[in-house]
Design a protein. Structure first.
Length: 414
């Protein structure tokens, strides 16, 4: 057998071994209790987030975090990667932290990470800190200033109100400093808008041009059936979930509280987001995998942020039960987080979709970028008593249809 055939056979064997392993794991997950599922979500979020928050709270993030980059990286990414890690992680973790501390084991754990997060905010925005972050140099910091701002909006009681006056001032200065960065004419407009939404919420003198231009352009870019273009063109990727729907929802949620004129826009966007969430639920295979389509696949299960956010907001379509979303996300997260190579020996994320796959990263991907995966954990903002966490396992749409069960007929949104 020549080398080519040997390689082909070995690749096939490996592929079927992985698939069979995923199928076996999927069957086991069905037996896990709702309580065990929530414990898994919490432990997974903590496993992802602890290295970042522990190091940053000690002003050692730049010292300790490795900076892996893809083979085609544009540069060393060290000037942007730390804010990427912190802003993205905190955005996904915020709803869980917002539940606050209590006397349960999970509540005590939350208390620890609330305190760490508050210390991290201080260090990340203090110009005299060793871990003071770059909010102005290059274009990338605008992206992660927005994720940082989104985190503050998602957890006002835990990530904003307890901060001392000096830290609040530093946060606002850092956010406003990102205004010097001009966004691309794409989903990037929403990064500028998200920063301004936080300024409206917590300060004064927002740049209304940056805010409203983002919203008005996205009205033009709506393509139908819950989907926006990334700019004027359609992109077959997960950016409607990574950025476009979640940021519009969070921006408009702030604006409608300040101005009734935005309530119609908010309602329209929520309906579109609900449709996109329904589509996302149908994308998850019986084994908890999903199509590797488009760019930024190294963000892993962060691709399902929008489904998680709609579940968090209790806005799932009537044909999508909360427990089936939980069950689908559980299978999906389990597949990826347990894959060999997802973390390095010190617990930092590594580039890949399933395990360690450096070639899957685009030129803008580095270690910090990967923490966008935390966005799938937004549902942890629902308390353990919520039906999402307390109802028994339910098969999701693909699990049902491919086992011969009936499913609701799917309809496009108008």
């Amino acid at each position: 057998m020549n080398n080519y055939l040997k390689k082909t056979v070995l690749t096939g064997i490996l592929y079927f071994a992985v698939i069979n392993g995923i199928k076996a794991q999927s069957k086991q997950l069905q037996k896990d209790s709702p309580k065990k599922v929530r414990e898994f979500f919490v432990s997974s979020l903590v496993k992802i987030g602890d290295p970042v928050l522990d190091a940053l709270s000690k002003n050692q993030l730049k010292q300790l975090m490795p900076v892996e980059k893809s083979p085609g990286a544009w540069d060393d990414r060290k000037h942007v990667t730390y804010l990427e890690a912190f802003g993205r992680l905190l955005s996904g973790m915020a709803p869980w932290l917002e539940l606050g501390a209590d006397e349960t084991p999970e509540g005590i754990l939350r208390a620890k990470y609330i305190a760490l997060a508050q210390k991290c905010i201080h260090n990340a925005t203090n110009p005299n800190s060793a871990d003071f972050m770059n909010f102005v140099n290059d274009r990338q910091p605008l992206v992660d200033a927005a994720f940082f701002a989104q985190a503050l909006l998602r957890a006002p009681k835990q990530l904003w109100e307890p901060l001392d006056a000096a830290t609040k001032e530093n946060v606002i200065k850092a956010l406003k400093s990102s205004r010097k960065i001009e966004p691309y004419h794409s989903n990037w407009l929403l990064f500028a808008g998200m920063v301004e939404a936080a300024i409206i919420k917590y300060d004064k003198d927002p740049d209304n041009i940056r805010l409203n231009y983002a919203l008005e352009e996205h009205k033009k870019w709506y393509l139908g059936d819950g989907t926006f273009g990334d700019g004027p063109d359609f992109h077959w990727d997960y950016y409607n979930s990574f950025v476009i729907h979640p940021m519009q929802l969070d921006i408009l949620n702030v604006l409608k509280e300040k101005n009734n004129d935005y309530k119609t826009d908010y309602s329209t966007e929520l309906n579109r987001a609900r449709r996109y969430a329904a589509v996302q639920e149908r994308l998850i295979s019986p084994d908890g995998t999903y199509p590797p389509i488009g760019r930024s696949l190294a963000y892993r299960f962060g691709a399902f942020q929008l489904l998680s956010q709609i579940a968090l907001w209790k806005e799932l379509p009537k044909e999508v039960a909360p427990a089936q979303v939980r069950s689908a996300l559980y299978a999906m997260i389990s597949n990826q987080i347990k894959a060999k190579g997802t973390f390095d020996k010190n617990g930092w994320l590594q580039i890949g979709l399933y395990g360690h796959q450096p070639n899957i990263g685009e030129g803008y991907i580095s270690t910090g970028s990967l923490y966008l995966c935390s966005e799938v954990f937004l549902v942890l903002g629902l308390p353990p008593t919520d039906l999402f966490w307390s109802e028994a396992y339910q098969p999701w749409t693909q699990k049902r249809i491919w086992s011969g069960q009936d499913i609701p007929i799917d309809h496009a949104s108008k």
